[in-house]
Design a protein around this ligand. Structure first.
Ligand SMILES: [Mn+2]
Length: 249
């Protein structure tokens, strides 16, 4: 396998994403894929909070269309929120959207094509010995006992007409800090054993909140929970960096 890169929680910061990928050699000055056989995994939350969620969404989809074996995207809670808002207007999603940085310009620009893509995203992935998740939670196990079952269960919920099924995805992926608690290392060990991997990589909970410092002081990913868990969300919307992280074997 070629080099492996992860980035998460873009939240509308298109220019930061493009320059981060360019610095990593993954895209060229025309925003075209230049990463060869490298793999890029985007761990969710393209939209909301920041300035240009739809621009990020369209850029990621264009890059994926250009290099489908190289560019991959996981479902984040903000993707679940955007789909829930669009499909169930006037439901309880509206209040969550309001308090979680939802942006009307993004939401209004979502097409059926966007929705179909967002609803079909995998929620978890196992790449080599790594387990990629958006959220630092074990709630994924509510949808299945294996990577395949979890993804099938969440995809079924995301494509169903049942508002409660959608809500459960949003709620499950919104929970956090499971691996930062006192028994976090044990929870991580159990999840890794269950899903057959040896290290978790996640976004969602900003690094500043995990190590108790301002986001402006964050300069790289943080390994915790007995070195089993890597947090990569630098907290761009909170004044931190958008981290494009190359993983080692
Ligand atoms: Mn999130």
């Amino acid at each position: 396998m070629g080099a492996l890169y992860v980035v998460s929680d873009i939240h509308g910061y298109l220019d930061d994403l493009v320059s981060g990928l360019r610095d990593a050699g993954l895209v060229d000055e025309n925003r075209a894929w230049s990463g060869g056989d490298a793999q890029l995994w985007i761990l969710g939350d393209l939209m909301d909070r920041g300035p240009n969620g739809i621009g990020v969404l369209d850029f990621v989809r264009a890059l994926q269309a250009e290099a489908p074996a190289q560019v991959h995207m996981l479902l984040g809670n903000h993707e679940a929120l955007a789909v829930g808002m669009k499909r169930f207007p006037g439901s309880r999603f509206a209040e969550s959207w309001q308090i979680n940085g939802g942006r009307a310009d993004d939401q209004d620009a979502l097409t059926d094509d966007h929705l179909a893509w967002l609803s079909s995203l995998p929620a978890v992935a196992k790449i080599g010995d790594y387990l990629f998740l958006h959220s630092d939670t074990t709630d994924y196990l509510r949808w299945g006992d294996s990577v395949e079952e979890i993804n099938a269960g969440i995809r079924a919920a995301m494509t169903s007409d049942d508002v409660d099924a959608h809500w459960d995805v949003w709620a499950g992926l919104t929970s956090r800090y499971r691996f930062a608690r006192l028994d976090g290392p044990e929870a991580a060990r159990e999840l890794l054993e269950q899903l057959g991997a040896s290290g978790i990589v996640h976004g969602h909970s900003i690094i500043a909140s995990l190590i108790d410092c301002p986001s402006s002081e964050v300069d790289g990913p943080v390994l915790y929970a007995d070195n089993q868990v890597l947090a990569i969300d630098g907290g761009r919307y909170d004044g931190g960096p958008l981290l494009v992280v190359q993983l080692e074997d």
